[in-house]
Design a protein. Structure first.
Length: 306
């Protein structure tokens, strides 16, 4: 698999503060690569060094096989960037914005194709300030694609979008990957990382503390799963805690939730217990561990201080 981004022992300091602390990682061609972490984790500094906006104090950054220190201008021509907010004149029409940005590059995408892909055909004469948040984000994405980039950096791509616009944005990001582009996403939304990303880098206090697929990161929590069902009042918390592989019982007036390290064995015994006590297991629901829980566990203050 081709590597399009390679960081080797990268360090960036601001005075006594180490913003990025000895980070090494690789991003593969054609993947959606996520970078997550709490505020102050070093995500923005890391991405800006890859984009050529900041210079590392030590270590190396290579993008598309080129060194960012000596070939930054070449690299910038082959990447696209969607920022959290785009500063363009509010009265400017969409077609004017796209045409102006297109004039900045020697290598450009077909504007008609970009408009079709993003559904902007009917918005060409609309002023930027008149657009909703979702449509403004589409225009911003169009600007990130206008130079036909090999790598697209997306900073919080669904921030502030309603659920419908967010899902549409996710679909477009996946379609960009299917077209062969590499996508790097920074996000605070763990649901977004879990839905979109092939691999996720978790940063905390400038360090890279985990890097893997969302599925494998979830397994880091030990594989504990949950099952919930209606509390009929016909069993006891003690009896359920004694079931095989149950490590915790949440007992509420109308709901019981079992945490188990082997959900299949626990379910098997749960149904036997219900049969023995002559009650029905109803409103059964299996609950998987989420990326949000992984994030909270990996970046918790107790873990960081350990």
């Amino acid at each position: 698999m081709d590597t399009v981004i390679e960081l080797d022992h990268v360090i960036k300091k601001y005075g006594a503060n180490v913003a990025v602390n000895d980070v090494s990682l690789q991003v593969n061609k054609g993947e959606i690569f996520g970078v997550v972490g709490p505020n102050g984790a070093g995500k923005t500094t890391l991405i800006e060094m890859i984009e050529g906006l900041r210079v590392a104090d030590s270590g190396s950054v290579k993008v598309l096989g080129k060194d960012i220190r000596s070939q930054a201008e070449d690299i910038k021509r082959r990447i696209g960037v969607l920022l959290q907010s785009t500063s363009v004149p509010g009265n400017a029409k969409v077609k004017e914005i796209l045409n102006v940005f297109s004039s900045f590059y020697d290598r450009t995408s077909d504007l008609n194709e970009i408009n079709r892909f993003l559904g902007l055909q009917d918005k060409q004469n609309a002023s930027f300030k008149s657009l909703s948040g979702g449509w403004k984000q589409r225009v911003s994405l169009a600007l990130a694609l206008i130079n036909d980039p090999d790598i697209v950096f997306l900073d919080e791509p669904s921030m502030g979008l309603d659920p419908t616009a967010r899902n549409q944005m996710w679909l477009m990001i996946k379609q960009l990957r299917e077209a062969g582009r590499t996508i790097v996403v920074t996000t605070h939304y763990m649901e977004e990382a879990e839905e979109l990303c092939d691999r996720v880098a978790v940063m905390s206090r400038g360090r890279l503390i985990a890097l893997d697929t969302p599925e494998r990161l979830i397994d880091l929590l030990g594989g504990a799963k949950r099952v919930s069902f209606q509390n009929t009042g016909q069993t006891s918390k003690k009896a359920l805690a004694a079931l095989s592989h149950v490590i915790h019982v949440e007992w509420e007036p109308d709901l019981i939730r079992l945490h188990s390290t082997d959900i299949d064995r626990t379910l098997q015994q749960l149904f036997r217990q219900a049969d023995a006590e002559n009650w029905m297991v109803s409103r059964l629901k299996l609950e998987e561990t989420s990326m949000n829980e992984v994030f909270n566990e990996l970046t918790s203050p107790l873990r960081r201080e350990a």
